[in-house]
Design a protein around this ligand. Structure first.
Ligand SMILES: C[S@@+](CC[C@H](N)C(=O)[O-])C[C@H]1O[C@@H](n2cnc3c(N)ncnc32)[C@H](O)[C@@H]1O
Length: 505
């Protein structure tokens, strides 16, 4: 049942530099299992062959593997470095009136490049449009689609001052839509940092932000990527890397500079340092009076520990229209957690779940979503514990039975897995998903008759005009009926299902 991941890891590293070890490898296994079902390839070798040939499939796979964690005004001190040091110096040095070109490389869903725009708007007001051009580049086309939409929810903020939100976003229920004057400032482009060539639009950058991306590459790959980024910079350009990553990226490609206790890389020599506190460039021309005092205020509070439940600023209840889980938590709903799960934003989902569980300990749906995330992270024991906890509140939860079955199946605890799937079927005969897993387990264990019986049962249920509800209420499982039907047919064919063969002939 185990898949040889090595060829996939190699191909992905070769094409986009990503190293998939540890959790990354576990994620690869989960994602490949999903893709095998969706693409209907019988085995991983066939799928691998297809993956090599099809750029669309490769893109779909990469989209599922990337980690898109980001939020507005992340590492605020580096934004101050931008507005107070790098930009003034470059504006002072420039010899023409061309806008400074600023790239966010690995921009994910856009929070970083839009933060750069907002930070500079705070300083330069409407002149931002003539002084700067902004590009966001990422390999993940889904993240780029979200970035282009400019639509976010509370979790993209984590402590941004209310007045900044009000100034740059339209708030509509749970959604925060960036105002067009900010959204239209950034051009988003597909970009593979590990590519051999880059589109012309990415060349000639004055500043590149490349933060929280290099951690996914090994040192030789980092060096190649840094050389690529250096080639996109003008000779006077700067590269800003996440604070925790800077030292690991001091690879002799660009010069490491320290200024105001912050590090960044420079392509050329710094000829005209901007003395602290004395603006060499005349900022006042660019600071509209209405925002002049707001310079320090776009972050109300920095999150202290990223992984613990973030400080979520509460909104007045009348601003929220999303379904409520709990009156004292007016802005967050289970649907939102489910949405995060669908978008693979597990850290945010977990933080929200932890917060909601404090309000409603033992809430089965939250525990199940937690189990779902743990399962997807291959933390099978934790997933099992969460699902069992859910059963304490809801002893007939089909979601819990199926999850427990899957967690056991992945640990090769076949008897246990069979027993959980059987429980699901006992509680709900029409649970075709549990029956499908049962069939698979029987087939793998050489119990062909039982396997055939279950595959046929699933086919029967899925062939009904109105496919019966499988009883799974909370878990965001995306199973396409036609694909599952195909798999059953396929397995029955391999098992030599005489009944079906006869019926077909
Ligand atoms: C954790 S996010 C960082 C987002 C943002 N820079 C920040 O600091 O908040 C990492 C991003 O790097 C992107 N990425 C990973 N490998 C890439 C590659 N080879 N080329 C371009 N982008 C890549 C991922 O798709 C993901 O969106």
């Amino acid at each position: 049942m185990t898949m040889d991941l090595e060829p996939f890891k190699k191909l992905i590293k070769q094409r986009c530099g990503l190293i998939l070890e540890g959790l990354g490898e576990e994620k690869l296994a989960t994602v490949l299992a999903q893709r095998l079902i969706v693409t209907k390839f019988g085995n991983s070798a066939e799928y691998y062959f297809h993956l090599q040939e099809s750029s669309d499939e490769f893109q779909d796979l990469v989209n599922l593997l990337t980690i898109n964690e980001t939020y507005f005004f992340r590492e605020i001190e580096q934004l101050h470095l931008l507005t107070e040091r790098l930009v003034p110096r470059l504006l002072m040095q420039r010899e023409d009136s061309q806008p400074l070109r600023i790239l966010s490389a690995g921009c994910s869903s856009g929070e970083e490049p839009f933060s750069l725009v907002m930070a500079l708007c705070e300083k330069y007001g409407d002149d931002v449009s003539s002084l700067f051009s902004f590009i966001g580049g990422d390999i993940d086309t889904q993240a780029l689609a979200k970035a282009r939409s400019g639509c976010y929810n509370e979790f993209s903020f984590r402590g941004v001052a209310t007045e900044i939100k009000a100034r740059y976003f339209d708030h509509d229920g749970w959604a925060y839509r960036l105002k067009d004057k900010i959204r239209n400032r950034v051009e988003f482009l597909e970009m593979n940092l590990f590519a051999e060539e880059f589109p012309a639009a990415l060349h000639g950058c004055d500043i590149i932000f490349f933060r929280n991306v290099s951690i996914y590459f090994d040192t030789p790959t980092r060096r190649i990527i840094q050389q690529n980024l250096a080639s996109l910079l003008k000779n006077t350009g700067y590269l800003v890397i996440g604070t925790a990553e800077t030292i690991a990226n001091d690879l002799g490609v660009l010069s490491l500079i320290e200024e105001d206790g912050l590090f960044y890389f420079s392509k050329g020599q710094i000829s005209a340092p901007v003395p602290a506190g004395v603006p060499v460039f005349d900022f006042s021309r660019y600071v509209p009076s209405t925002v002049a005092v707001a310079e320090q205020s776009y972050i109300a509070e920095l999150p202290s520990v990223q992984c613990s439940p973030p400080v979520v600023p509460s909104l007045p209840p009348e601003e929220c229209v999303a379904p409520l889980v709990e009156p004292s938590n007016p802005c967050f709903s289970i649907e939102e957690v489910q949405q995060y799960c669908c978008e693979k934003r597990y850290d945010e989902a977990m933080a929200l779940i932890a917060m909601l569980l404090e309000q409603k300990p033992g809430e089965a749906s939250l525990l199940l979503l937690r189990a779902h995330i743990q399962f997807n992270r291959k933390e099978f024991e934790q997933a099992e514990a969460s699902a069992r906890q859910a059963l304490e509140t809801d002893p007939w939860s089909i979601d819990a039975f199926v999850l427990l079955g899957l967690a056991a199946k992945w640990r090769d605890l076949v008897k246990e897995a069979v027993s959980w799937f059987k429980q699901a079927v006992y509680a709900r005969h029409e649970c075709w998903l549990a029956r499908y897993y049962l069939a698979d387990l029987y087939r793998a264990g050489g119990e062909s008759d039982k396997a055939r019986r279950e595959y046929r049962g699933v086919l029967q249920l899925l062939s009904l005009e109105a496919v019966p509800d499988h009883g799974i209420k909370v878990l965001p499982l995306a199973v396409v009926h036609s694909e599952l039907r195909f798999l059953c047919e396929h397995q029955l064919g391999k098992l030599g299902d005489q009944q079906r063969i006869a019926r077909r002939n």
